[in-house]
Design a protein around this ligand. Structure first.
Ligand code: PLP
Length: 387
């Protein structure tokens, strides 16, 4: 007698994780033929010269495993860039590692430092991978809200959340989803707060080149008391309009990098070789990232000018490629229901801010992404003009 094959049941390590609002909204946008301003990535092509550089690397035969920490030329290019912009020298050999996107960099940093029972402070609203990453490492996420609506850090609340069990704090500036940036004063306050502690900083700076109105990006690399304890994370995908390539980077002091690389080595080992060579060659021209603020600021201004003709209340967009609006004057619906209505009835998809809070906190704010062709933005604005 044969018995049915048996599939063992998995006791989920992430029981709360299900289909995200991003997937739901994108599917609904496609079904309704809506303009998708929900997804946080460009709808335009990257520079053909970047594709050529990768193509050339492939044709040169650069197609086998690169060194575990990444192609040296790319690590050196990143080190030179950080030094030029922020005055901090990281050693390409010992302090810079190329990762499979910022997402893997953040997970790897967390796995390297967080042990069961540790607490990690996250500032909500936050990028959706942070809390599951902490939980996978056996840690507890301690959620501290940014001030609702202004999304400014509340340092009293952050200070109150630090305990002897706090292993790390995750900070993200320019910020997804709120589009706010941290000032030098904010960074100094964080530096002061962490100075007497052994708390690590994971500084998610994937939108580092998208800071507007002449302001500077205040990288953790600029603040010695932060840099000494920080994993500074960025993403080539965001900077060069190639989010699908999934290449990121982490800069951290040698002792932190050594532990990071132990996890990285047995996680992905290393990252796509020709893409790394292509990026290294493309980065030789700094104007390619230095031009990003004016490129995106023009899109921001176009989008905001159109939104200003609606009844939405526009929140500031100081950095990143997001624009948040308060929907109170337009609708009584909760954020998520409003986004579904907007997609179905108006033909524009947005993301509710509640998706970035573990408890679904609803403050009547939704997020649009303006990393889109001007024509896409104009089509969306024509539709939104009805509101
Ligand atoms: C704040 C933040 N961190 C990290 C990431 C992930 O970056 P990557 O695509 O390089 O993994 C994103 C992407 O949306 C993000 O918004």
């Amino acid at each position: 007698m044969t018995t049915a094959p048996r599939t063992p049941q998995i006791q989920s390590k992430l029981p709360k994780v299900g289909t995200t609002i991003f997937t739901v909204m994108s599917a609904l946008a496609a079904e309704k033929n809506a303009v998708n301003l929900g997804q946080g990535f460009p709808d335009f092509a990257c520079d053909a010269l970047l594709v050529d550089a990768v193509d050339q690397a492939m044709r040169e035969g650069l197609n086998q495993y690169p060194p575990m920490a990444g192609v040296p030329a790319l690590r050196e290019a990143v080190g030179a860039k950080i030094e030029a912009l922020h005055g901090k020298r990281y050693s390409a050999a010992d302090e810079i590692t190329i990762t499979a996107g910022a997402t893997q960099a953040i997970l790897t940093a967390i796995l390297a430092i967080v042990r069961p029972g540790d607490e990690v402070i996250v500032l909500e609203p936050c990028y959706d991978s942070y809390i599951p990453n902490i939980e996978l490492a056996g840690g507890t996420a301690v959620r501290v809200p940014l001030v609702p609506h202004s999304f400014r850090p509340d340092f009293d609340k952050i200070a109150a959340a630090i305990t002897p069990r706090t292993r790390a704090i995750l900070v993200n500036s320019p910020h997804n989803p709120s589009a706010t940036i941290w000032s030098a004063e904010d960074m100094r306050k964080l530096e002061e707060l962490l100075a007497p502690t052994d708390v690590f900083l994971i500084s998610d700076e994937v939108y580092e080149h998208m800071v507007y109105d002449g302001r500077a990006h205040e990288s953790a690399a600029r603040f010695p008391g932060l840099a000494a304890r920080a994993f500074v994370v960025s993403s080539f995908g965001k900077t060069y309009h190639v989010t699908g390539w999934k290449v990121g980077v982490v800069a951290a002091p040698a002792a932190l990098t050594a532990e990071f690389r132990k996890v990285h080595q047995f996680n992905v080992f290393t990252v796509n070789t020709p893409v790394q060579h292509g990026l290294a060659r493309y980065m030789a021209e700094p104007q390619r990232y230095l031009a990003l603020p004016s490129f995106y600021q023009a899109k921001r201004d176009l989008f905001r000018a159109g939104l200003a003709r609606t009844r939405f209340e526009l929140l500031p967009s100081e950095g990143s490629f997001f624009q948040c609006v308060d929907i109170s004057a337009v609708s009584d619906l909760p954020e998520a229901a409003f986004c579904q209505w907007l997609t179905t009835e108006i033909g524009v998809a947005a993301i509710p801010l509640s998706a970035f809070y573990a408890d679904g906190f609803d403050q009547r704010v939704v997020r649009f992404c303006y990393a889109k062709e001007d024509a896409t933005l104009r089509t969306a604005l024509d539709r939104l003009a009805r509101l």
